[in-house]
Write a protein that binds this ligand. Structure first.
Ligand code: LFR
Length: 495
């Protein structure tokens, strides 16, 4: 079959992009049609997503995608970060801006939830990590607000964009799994848990799996974008991490992945969830992937630590470029200062250099004095957290790995990739950087029949067409096992 043309909308916590791709049995060529910033806005102390600005960026991007040399897309796929949602009233109108998952409105909510449904039972049913920001906790917080009264529907971010493009509401499965309200065995809502928490199952639109049709562009959208009315929206792994894992260029199942962006999602791909008590205590999550897979992973705080430092230095009027910071960090001795990169103290926005310094003080580590030292501390601490997650994932799941694939923007960070190889004692294969968008395109292409095959075939196409870079572990690159003992072990999950 000849290549098809598709558009991928990929919304991340700091930027959104629209890519146009030609995808066929031996072709995977992508052009970035449009990139725009995603700038959360604080109002009255609450951080919100500026979702209309994002939607505006999507429309601009689709218009641009229709004009690339790739040709006119026949289908569009949308992926974004997980857990967050917009509430709609009975007429389908958005009730206020979606609240950012880093908002602190969920403080105290997990305790209230666990008083009704014990943490162990939640994990036994849903297999989802304990985190303040899961949809479950956010919904319980939202249910106490006046806005919730008229709410008839909760649409996850990619589903909301899809609804605006097509007028059809649905809930894509991989992202639905991050709500903490889905049973990964039946792949249906856990209506039992919903009932126990007084959440109305009717809030969620019907589930749809990656590859399913999700509607066609409305006349209005086609006029706005210049795309033909017949253009379809196809459900993809709408959780960005699910799409990114599709595009991991692995040769076989013996791999770990790090989807490296604002977050670092570190884990393995399994056929079935692991819901042991040990797994729960280690706070591993069982999110759903495409083709019946399970993404067994841990959320590591990720490049957010670095991005938020940069934002702080900007605010002080002392902006520093990423290249300069990485050069400075490269000159600092490795393993100088370490912090627990999974500490929830790092979750909210704020003065991150000071928070890193405070964590060093608490842990009895040398306190970084310069931006270079702060960045070195962050990168080493991330690599150490990756080491721990890769080892824990293997131990808890029984899956052995011989390579770590780093995908997403973090694959460009050579210092971090090398530290990751050193820390894990495994080769790292870095790339592709636009993994989420590629996974999004591949699932659309397969649904349209322009590429045949299994997940392994899709990955082979990525492997043979995309630039990848390999890092070998260096035996003399510091004692990471000893470094791991410097930090106190933190229990990840509540009793
Ligand atoms: C990554 C990601 C993570 C999810 C976090 C919050 O972009 O989707 O997988 O845990 O954002 O939604």
């Amino acid at each position: 079959s000849s290549p098809g043309v598709f558009a991928a909308v990929d919304l991340g916590a700091s930027s959104g992009r629209v890519l146009a791709g030609r995808v066929g049995p031996e072709v995977l060529s992508v052009t970035e049609a449009h990139r725009f910033v995603n700038r959360p806005v604080r109002v009255g102390g609450t951080p919100y997503w500026d979702v209309l600005a994002l939607y505006g960026g999507v429309l601009d991007g689709l218009r641009a995608a229709g004009r690339t040399t790739a040709g006119t897309p026949t289908s569009i796929g949308i992926d974004a970060w997980a857990v967050d949602f917009g509430l709609l009233d009975a007429s389908g109108t958005l009730l206020g801006n979606p609240v950012h998952y880093r908002d602190e409105r969920t403080a105290g909510v997990p305790e209230r939830v666990h008083a009704r449904v014990p943490a162990a039972r939640l994990y036994a049913v849903t297999g989802i990590q304990h985190a303040s920001f899961t949809t479950l906790h956010q919904l319980v917080a939202a249910a106490a607000t006046p806005q919730f009264g008229p709410a008839r529907r909760a649409l996850l971010i990619p589903d909301l964009i899809s609804y605006w493009l097509t007028g059809e509401a649905g809930t894509e499965l991989t992202n639905a799994s991050t709500t903490g309200l889905l049973d990964p065995d039946t792949r249906r809502w856990s209506t039992g848990i919903m009932a126990e928490l007084d959440l109305d199952p009717g809030l969620f639109a019907p589930l749809r799996a990656p590859g399913a049709a999700a509607g066609t562009l409305t006349d209005d959208v086609s006029a706005e974008t210049g795309l033909p009315t017949g253009v379809r929206v196809t459900a993809v792994g709408s959780h960005d991490t699910a799409s990114a894992v599709v595009a991991v260029p692995a040769r076989d199942e013996r791999f770990a992945y790090i989807s490296s962006g604002t977050w670092s999602l570190v884990g393995v791909e399994l056929d079935a969830p692991v819901r042991t008590e040990e797994s729960r205590r280690a706070n591993f999550t069982n999110e759903l992937g495409v083709d019946g897979t399970v993404r067994y992973l841990r959320n590591v705080m990720g490049l957010w630590l670095l991005q938020e430092c940069m934002r702080h230095w900007d605010r002080l009027g002392r902006p520093r470029s990423l290249d300069r910071l990485l050069d400075d960090a490269a000159r600092v001795a490795p393993l100088r200062s370490l912090v627990d990169a999974g500490d929830p103290a790092f979750l909210p926005p704020g003065d991150m250099p000071e928070r890193v310094a405070a964590a060093c003080r608490r842990a009895g580590e040398p306190v970084p004095r310069t931006p270079g030292e702060t960045v070195r501390c962050i990168l080493d601490s991330l690599a150490l957290a990756y080491r721990r997650a890769v080892r824990d994932a293997q131990r808890l799941s029984g899956r052995t790995v011989d390579v770590v694939h780093v995908v997403g923007g973090g694959a460009l960070n050579t210092l971090l990739c090398q530290a990751t190889a050193d820390a894990c004692g495994l080769p790292v294969v870095a790339g592709p950087t636009e993994a989420a968008a590629l996974g999004n395109l591949l699932v659309q292409a397969r649904a349209a029949g322009t590429v045949p095959g299994s997940l392994a075939d899709l990955r082979a196409l990525v492997r043979t067409t995309q630039p990848l870079r390999r890092y070998e572990p260096r035996p003399d690159a510091g004692d990471w096992a000893r470094a791991a003992d410097r930090l106190p072990k933190r229990t990840e999950s509540p009793a």
